[in-house]
Structure formats: structure tokens, C-alpha cells
Design a protein around this ligand. Structure first.
Ligand SMILES: Cc1cc2nc3c(=O)[nH]c(=O)nc-3n(C[C@H](O)[C@H](O)[C@H](O)COP(=O)(O)OP(=O)(O)OC[C@H]3O[C@@H](n4cnc5c(N)ncnc54)[C@H](O)[C@@H]3O)c2cc1C
Length: 380
């Protein structure tokens, strides 16, 4: 059976699943996406992403959406400043580098909107949380959803993120705690309400690195500054640190104590934050994660190569996977061969990026981190 005749299911409407569906549709195929969220508005999609020319933007080009992306992305969002806890700046993007090359920013909500608008009506089955994918003796897989729906497909592509329900069919690799926990805060209307912070922050991101901690903050397109307080900490620290995340004022006081000897400019990122306080652990898959090819099922994105965000690579790679797999299916009469070719190519580039991400993470939480990351940035 060739790809035109195959029934293809994509699990997950994240950046990977949506990009893949768009590329397949452009080639005349009719994939179905199953997404656990009940509508595009169910969940805040998160912060801003910088899309790289060689990965995220390359995928948008394959999807025929690069022009639309370029008309809405934020080139000034590429600005990055690196400081230590005193606020001493070790590297800062020069304004002339904020051009239409490199890695312009787009809010996740905007990227999702761009991709959703590009798909045919009814491509996505919202409110379908996959329970199991069951291999069938005659080939293909039966999908079973928590809402009772079932269906059979020739090819299942899992784009269902870190805790993929499909991954166990291919791999028993463990998703491991990375050793880094984050507490996310939001500062709304920073420019209007907190001009001192907005002036210090600039138009893009600010990373303050010291004492095996970090304040990583990014200005989003809607004027919110998202703040990620990062800690090299044990697996259970976010549960056992005596911070009540439902009591924002008290929680912020406790967080300020953890950054007591950091500069006032940096403490403002905690003091000015609103009531949203989101704790999370960062996880990853092993750097060399691979699996033996099996007919009728594969993985893309975080489902295939979950990594921490310290090289800003995850969303970019999931989109690259979508392009590599989508184009391979469209250009190859034998779908199984197409999937195998994608897997072999992806294993190589994902391993390289995962190793780089791991190395960046170690540096972020090492002695003199701001000096080291600043030097890396200045050498670039
Ligand atoms: C704090 C943080 C900051 C980050 N910053 C960056 C950055 O700057 N740049 C970058 O490139 N990457 C970044 N990343 C990584 C990036 O978010 C991920 O790599 C990317 O979102 C992965 O895309 P995906 O499509 O593979 O999976 P996801 O984005 O996780 O999407 C998976 C989709 O599948 C759905 N789903 C899950 N389970 C099921 C199920 N059982 N049934 C049906 N649907 C299901 C989910 O609801 C979701 O819509 C960051 C990550 C974090 C945590």
C-alpha cells in the first residue's frame, strides 16, 4: 500500500503534530490528529519560542508558512543579556544583530494559531486522550481513547510529548528527572506598570546565572515577562521546600529569601510577579535514545527525544522531525521505508542536539556560569 492509500493518525496537536499534518495535507494526504485538550483555548500554551533557520524555520518553509511566520515574528526578541547575581553583564546582543536572520521569536499561542489556521476543517479530533495503541496481527494499530472512541490506522505517529502513551511500543527508555526544577512567574504589562524592570530587561531575554541557580526571563509578544526561577535541586525539592504555591505573596517572600543576596534589579523579577506561580520539574530521555524500527508506528518531538530547554532546541527539533518525516513520506512510494529513513536521520541529529543541551545545562549551573555562558555568546 502506498502513502496515498494509508490511514495515518497523529497523536498530539503540539508544534510537531500540527506541522506534520500541514505538510502531509499539502502533499494530498489526509491525516487525522487526536488531541487530548478539548479545544484550542483549553490551555495557555506557554512562553515565546525562538525558531532557528536550520530547524524550526526550515520546517515552516516545508509547510509553506515561512512568509506568514516572518510577517508576525519578533526580530527584536532575539536580544539576550547574561548577568551574574550582582547584575554584572557578561554578554549582551548588539542591536545591529537583531536582524531578519537567526532566531526570531514567536509566542507559542501565535505559532499554534498559524498552524491551526493552515489545516483543513475537522483535521483535529479535540477531546480525544489516547489510552493505548494496540498492534494488530494483520498489521496496523488499534487506537483506544479515554472517551471510548476506537479506530484502526496503518501508521501511528506519536507527537504526544514527554510522557508519550505510544513510546512504550518502541522503547522502554526511562524519562529521567534532569536535576533541575523551575518555578515560573508572570509579570503582566511590564512596560507600562514596571518601567524600571522593562528598562533593565530590554526587548528579549535576560539570564542571570549564579550559585547553581538562575533567573531566566523572556518578554512575550503580549507584553508579559515570563520568569523561570531555576534550581539545581533534588527530585522532590519542589514538593518539600515549604513554599505554598497557592499563597502567592507568601510564596514570593520565600522565593526572595532564596535570592537574598542578588541585585535589586534581579529581585524585581520576583517582587513584580502576579499571582500565577507554576512549579515544574525538567525531565529528559537518554541522549542516545533510539529504537528498533517497527512497521506502522513512529515518534517525533519530545516523544522521541525529550531534552531540557537549555539549548532552546525542543520545539525547533520537533518541527524539523515533522518536516523530515512528512517529506520522506510524500517523496517515497514505500511508507515503511520512508519512516525508517526519517528515523535514521533523526537519531543522528537528535543525539547531537541532546548532548549539546546536556552540556549547556551543566554550564548554566556550574561555578562562574555567567562568565562561561557570556564567553560562549561573545565568541559566537
Ligand atoms: C519551560 C520550557 C521552556 C522551553 N523553551 C523552549 C524554547 O525556547 N525553544 C524550544 O525550541 N523549545 C523549548 N522548550 C521545549 C518545547 O516546549 C518542546 O520541545 C516542544 O513543545 C515539543 O513539541 P511536541 O509537539 O513534541 O510536544 P508537545 O508540545 O508536548 O505537544 C504534545 C501534544 O500532545 C497532546 N497529548 C499528550 N498526551 C496525549 C494523549 N495521550 N492523547 C492525545 N493527545 C495528547 C498534548 O496535549 C499536546 O498538545 C521548552 C520547554 C519548557 C518546559
Amino acid at each position: 500500500m502506498n502513502s496515498q492509500e494509508k490511514r495515518i493518525a497523529i497523536i498530539g496537536a503540539g508544534p510537531g503534530g500540527l506541522t506534520l499534518a500541514r505538510i502531509l495535507q499539502q502533499g494530498g494526504l489526509a491525516p487525522v490528529i487526536y488531541e487530548q485538550e478539548t479545544s484550542p483555548a483549553e490551555r495557555q500554551q506557554g512562553g515565546t519560542l525562538d525558531l532557528d533557520e536550520q530547524t524550526g524555520q526550515k520546517a515552516l518553509q516545508a509547510a509553506g508558512l515561512l512568509g506568514s511566520f516572518r510577517s508576525i515574528c519578533r526580530y527584536e526578541g532575539q536580544a539576550l543579556k547574561i548577568t551574574d547575581k550582582k547584575g554584572t553583564v557578561f554578554a549582551e546582543t548588539e542591536p545591529e544583530k537583531l536582524t531578519d536572520h537567526g532566531r526570531p521569536e514567536i509566542d507559542r499561542t501565535e505559532l499554534r494559531r498559524l498552524l491551526l489556521q493552515s489545516l483543513k476543517t475537522d483535521t483535529i479530533k479535540w477531546g480525544h486522550k489516547l489510552s493505548h495503541a494496540v498492534p494488530l496481527e494483520k498489521g496496523g494499530h488499534k487506537l483506544e481513547f479515554e472517551n471510548g472512541h476506537t479506530d484502526v490506522f496503518d501508521l501511528i505517529i506519536a507527537a504526544d510529548g514527554a510522557f508519550s502513551r505510544v513510546r512504550p511500543l518502541l522503547s522502554d527508555a526511562p524519562v529521567e528527572y534532569s536535576g533541575i526544577s523551575m518555578i515560573e512567574l508572570h509579570i503582566m504589562n511590564a512596560a507600562a506598570d514596571f518601567p524600571d524592570l522593562a528598562g533593565f530587561h530590554g526587548t528579549g531575554s535576560m539570564y542571570a546565572l549564579d550559585d547553581r541557580k538562575a533567573i531566566m526571563a523572556q518578554l512575550n509578544g503580549d507584553g508579559t515577562v515570563r520568569v523561570y526561577l531555576c534550581f539545581a535541586a533534588g527530585r522532590y525539592w519542589i514538593d518539600e521546600n515549604d513554599i505554598d504555591y497557592d499563597q502567592p505573596e507568601e510564596a514570593k517572600q520565600k522565593l526572595l529569601e532564596l535570592f537574598e543576596d542578588w541585585s535589586d534589579d534581579l529581585k524585581h523579577y520576583i517582587q513584580y510577579a502576579g499571582e500565577t506561580i507554576l512549579p515544574r520539574r525538567l525531565y529528559s530521555l537518554p541522549v542516545q535514545h533510539k529504537w528498533e524500527h517497527k512497521q506502522g508506528v513512529t515518534l517525533i518531538g519530545d516523544a522521541a527525544h525529550l531534552m531540557t530547554p537549555f539549548a532552546g532546541a525542543g520545539a525547533n527539533l520537533t518541527m524539523l522531525d515533522a518536516a523530515e518525516l512528512g517529506l520522506s513520506i510524500l517523496h517515497n512510494a514505500d511508507t515503511d521505508k520512508a519512516v525508517k529513513q526519517y528515523e535514521e536521520k533523526m537519531f543522528a541529529y537528535a543525539e547531537e542536539t541532546a548532548a549539546e543541551t546536556g552540556s549547556h545545562m551543566k554550564t548554566f549551573f556550574s561555578e562562574s556560569a555567567a562568565q562561561k555562558i557570556g564567553a560562549m555568546m561573545n565568541a559566537f
